[in-house]
Ligand binder design. Structure first.
Ligand code: GDP
Ligand code: IMO
Ligand code: MG
Length: 428
């Protein structure tokens, strides 16, 4: 496995952190290739300790593994340093971290604009994490972003920030009635971050190319997920980057020809944080069960996640867009105790049956799920480690996911712990 990509197949929080951590022992490098500290990845290490990671790749918790923040990530240096300090306090060695010199920085004006724009959107708001992600990517594409490497040159940093604030302060003050941001103060603050981050800044593209040439294994860890992709997701209710498999190449500098497999992480049901269409969303006791038993509260913002039944149209779409070779179905244990388990196999949209993700957004907003009912099971499955140990109804449920999504299920999560899995096919 030269380079493997791990992506979320739904709307995020599928359990990517746990799976990256699981694979971490078999790879030399784990790379985050997009997103920023909007992500929240929970990892429970073998000694039972729980970690919530936002910017650092989950591989940081695996001894010997080199964690890399790729060029496609947007970095809030204050948050990154706090995360590094938090891990150091808990005895985690983070000295191997490398950060791409080309990764863009989240600046105070990005955070300010993210929050104020959301407020002004009112009921049309996206429900962002308020971390400045969208505005930072906006500036990147508009070619007025500030990059990690700019931290190494105080003159350039000051010049670029002054230029950016010339416009942004006008917007903050005149459009949104906020205070202007003082460029000098921000430069001073960011130069203190620069001192601490300097040792980590590297040409990670080259590091990764050399690692692959030596035959090392690289894991590309996505944040967010397919349906939150700015191109392939439920636009505009998306994040501002490309979590899909193609984004892994762009955000790391690893060429497509080096990717050997794409692992899709998919929850046994569906959740979504923030606004936007969600056809199988539940507002009844079943939804309450998923929320309560699944502990569906955001790792980053603490917001309650919206919960719903498994949507095979979404799963099929994720397989198609990412070229998923293996599915990891997480949180199957959360379904124990439900009497029936509907799976959405298609939609009815304005009187017509549709089996694939519709072309236009309005149609998706109108999509009414068509369900196939599966039997539930009562048994506690958290101790199961073999497929055959799972109740017959759970086996059937997984086989239906496999058939409907059109790719094999290789691992099934039956609990949050690193060992709590049923492995059907080796991910290596
Ligand atoms: P990520 O953003 O995709 O990394 O996922 P999050 O960490 O935000 O959310 C997934 C949550 O599910 C975390 O609290 C995990 O500890 C937990 N989790 C992962 N896999 C399983 C599983 O198989 N069963 C259960 N019960 N919890 C799981
Ligand atoms: P992980 O990596 C779930 C959602 C936000 C919002 C939209 C845009 O833990 O799966 P943004 O702040 O990115 O501009 O917000 O995207 N969102 C996530 N939802 N999991 C995440 O990350 C998310 N990151 C962003 O709730 O709807
Ligand atoms: Mg998460």
């Amino acid at each position: 496995m030269p380079a493997i990509v791990l992506i979320g197949a739904q709307w995020g929080d599928e359990g990517k952190g746990k799976v990256t951590d699981l694979l971490g022992e078999r790879v030399g490098y784990v790379v985050r290739y997009q997103g920023g500290n909007n992500a929240g990845h929970t990892v429970i290490t073998p000694d039972g300790r729980k970690f919530a990671l936002h910017l650092l790749p989950s591989g940081v918790l695996t001894p010997g593994c080199v964690p890399i923040i790729g060029n496609g990530v947007v970095v809030d240096p204050k948050v990154l340093l706090a995360e590094l300090d938090g891990l150091a306090d808990r005895g985690v060695d983070t000295s191997r971290l490398l950060i791409s010199a080309d990764a863009h920085l989240i600046m105070p004006h990005h955070r300010a604009l993210d929050r104020v724009v959301e407020r002004y959107l009112g009921s049309a708001r996206i429900g962002t994490t308020g971390r400045g992600i969208g505005p930072a990517y906006g500036d990147k594409v508009a070619r007025m972003g500030i990059r990690m490497q700019d931290l190494l040159d105080p003159g350039i940093l000051a010049k670029k920030l002054e230029l950016a604030l010339r416009e942004k302060n006008q917007v903050l003050v005149k459009v949104y009635n906020r205070k202007a941001i003082d460029a000098e103060a921000v430069v001073g603050e960011y130069l203190t971050y620069a001192e601490r981050l300097r040792p980590y800044i590297a040409d990670t593209r080259l590091t990764l190319a050399r690692a692959l040439d030596r035959g090392e294994n690289v894991l590309l860890e996505g944040a967010q997920a397919t349906l939150l992709d700015v191109d392939h997701g439920t636009y505009p209710f998306v994040t501002s980057s490309n979590p899909t498999a193609g984004g892994a190449c762009v955000g790391s500098g690893i060429p497509p020809t080096k990717i050997s497999s794409v692992i899709g992480i998919i929850k046994a049901y569906t959740t979504r944080v923030g606004a936007g269409p969600f056809p199988t969303e539940l507002f009844d006791d079943h939804g309450a069960h998923l929320s309560r038993v699944g502990g569906e509260f955001g790792t980053t913002t603490g917001r309650a996640r919206r919960c719903g039944w498994f949507d095979a149209v979404v799963g099929r779409y994720a397989v198609r867009v990412n070229g998923i070779t293996d599915l990891v179905v997480t949180k199957l244990d959360v379904l124990s105790g439900l009497d029936r388990l509907p799976i959405c196999i298609g939609y009815e949209i304005d009187g017509e049956r549709v089996d694939e993700m519709p072309m236009d957004q309005t149609a998706f907003h109108h999509a009414v799920p068509i369900y196939e009912e599966c039997d539930g099971w009562d048994e506690d499955i958290t101790k199961c480690r073999q497929f055959t140990e799972l109740p017959a109804a759970a086996q059937h449920y997984l086989r239906r996911i496999e058939d409907l999504c059109g790719t094999r299920v290789s691992v099934v999560g039956v609990g949050p712990g690193r060992e709590e899995n049923v492995v059907l096919h080796d991910l290596g």
